[in-house]
Write a protein that binds this ligand. Structure first.
Ligand SMILES: [Zn+2]
Length: 490
């Protein structure tokens, strides 16, 4: 093809995309789709997916001259690619500023959608802003994933204080609670109130007098990260050195890296089994600790060049005042401990899954060198590294996460009657999760398969990912020029 024709084909593809991007269509057809349903079954197709008023209306074997194709003009061609259910990010924090720098909201929303994330569970943020985003996203008025809001309550409180705070929150349009680093009394009192109002609870346990056994008794919905699980399998307490100071984040992350090896395998199996039996799900957020095992990898992520906001860049710099930015004295010994830590953690996850436990996927982006969306896609790779088949990993990201949100009948599957949330990938993520990375996006030219998510559809509204990513690049460029920050990227 000569240059002139190539340009014509590319520009017509772009014009076509413009007509579809961010439009509410009564009907939409995704044609030539190899469908990964989400439930763990292999890809099948090609199908034409008929979307009507935001819902998956029908799936039909693809046929070039079908009546449906003649009837419905709004079409997205998924040829040479795969179509997956929209991903669910179970550990998100909405942020409008970072390190005192304005990071106005489209930035984060665009990055999440660009990673195929159509739903987030917000575990603590600026509540009023997030509730407004939730309402606007539900109406399709802003370009954003759908949002489930779990405001956070941290630390220790009296019962009276908890009652007052939680009943205030219950008057708002919230979907659950996040509890963090509470002692046993606070946690039990808070759990009781949540249970009385049928509110799911996500719990970030710390080094406390409570652990996963308390979660099992209280009926916690998800254990976030992993603290509390190995703690429940120790001989007494962890073998901390005498000068350990829990208020020092360097100490805290250093000795966390030595925790899993102290878990007693028999005790661990009992606690994992009890979690599985009592329906306590596990949202491990493997990615948010990856810098602990490989700092260099985290600091030099190739996507920082184009997409890292200067507010995040500043926040990630080692600083005792920024949560998770503890790398001022990180050693090769620390990394070695963390590498071993991961191996035992992976094994525990597989064991938990084998015992019938539910595993979900979340990223906790905005901390510890993890960028929104990119962190989530890395989380999928880490689930694969833990020993799960790619189809099982997709299930963690879709069906399992939807179930834990109480949305198992509406979200997380490519299935007739479900919300039309889907990810259209130019390539096969079951062969290589890296094809999901936006840095692989190149224009689609004829039959060439080049990788990258091309469209993310939420509630039947298609978002063209190269278009969103271009906006993100522009936002980053503008903010960098204003703040002159280039510690990591220059
Ligand atoms: Zn978090």
């Amino acid at each position: 093809m000569n240059k002139f024709w190539l340009l014509m084909v590319l520009s017509s593809a772009w014009v076509h995309a413009e007509k579809l991007h961010n439009q509410k269509h009564d009907e939409l057809l995704v044609i030539n789709a190899m469908v990964v349903a989400g439930v763990g079954t292999p890809a099948e197709g090609p199908y034409d997916i008929h979307i009507k008023k935001g819902i998956i209306h029908d799936l039909k074997a693809s046929k070039d001259d079908s009546d449906l194709r003649k009837e419905i003009k709004q079409q997205i061609d998924a040829k040479n690619g795969h179509v997956l259910p929209g991903f669910i990010n179970m550990h998100a924090h909405s942020m409008n500023t970072r390190a005192g720098i304005d990071m106005s909201q489209p930035y984060q929303h665009y990055l999440w959608l660009s990673a195929g994330i159509t739903t987030i569970r917000d575990l603590g943020s600026n509540l009023e802003q997030t509730l407004k985003n939730k309402a606007d996203s539900t109406k399709g008025d802003i370009i954003a994933p759908r949002i489930f809001v779990y405001p956070g309550i941290w630390g220790n409180h009296t019962e009276k204080d908890l009652k007052a705070r939680m009943s205030d929150l219950l008057k708002k349009d919230i979907d659950g609670f996040k509890f963090g680093m509470m002692d046993k009394q606070t946690f039990n009192a808070a759990s009781e109130i949540a249970q009385k109002h049928n509110m799911p609870v996500a719990n970030h346990v710390g080094v406390e007098d409570m652990n996963a056994w308390d979660n099992i008794k209280a009926g916690t919905t998800t254990i976030e990260h992993w603290y509390g699980v190995p703690d429940a399998a120790l001989h007494g307490v962890q073998n901390f050195p005498a000068d350990m100071n829990y208020s020092n984040e360097l100490h805290r992350f250093r000795y966390a890296g030595r925790l899993w090896r102290e878990a007693q395998p028999e005790k661990l199996k009992q606690v994992l089994n009890a979690m599985a039996e009592n329906g306590v799900a596990w949202d491990p957020t493997l990615v948010i600790y990856e810098a602990s095992r490989d700092l260099q990898r985290a600091v030099t992520s190739p996507w920082f060049q184009d997409y890292l906001h200067p507010g995040l860049e500043k926040f990630f710099q080692p600083d005792a005042d920024s949560h998770g930015s503890f790398f001022w004295g990180w050693t090769s010994e620390d990394e070695t401990h963390w590498k071993n830590n991961y191996q035992i953690w992976f094994k525990a996850l597989r064991q938990f899954s084998d015992l019938g436990g539910t595993i979900t996927t979340g990223e906790d982006g905005g901390y510890i060198y993890q960028l929104f969306g990119f962190g989530y896609l890395r989380e999928l790779q880490l689930h694969q590294e833990a020993g799960f088949h790619p189809l099982e990993v997709i299930k963690h990201a879709t069906v399992n996460s939807a179930k834990v949100l109480g949305q198992g009948n509406h979200l997380g599957q490519i299935r007739i009657g479900y919300a039309a949330d889907m990810v259209i990938v130019n390539g096969n993520p079951l062969a290589d999760f890296q094809v999901l990375l936006p840095r692989n996006i190149k224009p689609i030219t004829g039959d060439e398969t080049t990788g990258g998510i091309t469209w993310t559809i939420k509630d039947g509204i298609p978002y063209h990912i190269p278009t969103l990513l271009k906006s993100v690049k522009d936002m980053v460029k503008e903010s960098r020029a204003e703040h002159k920050i280039d510690y990591l990227v220059n």
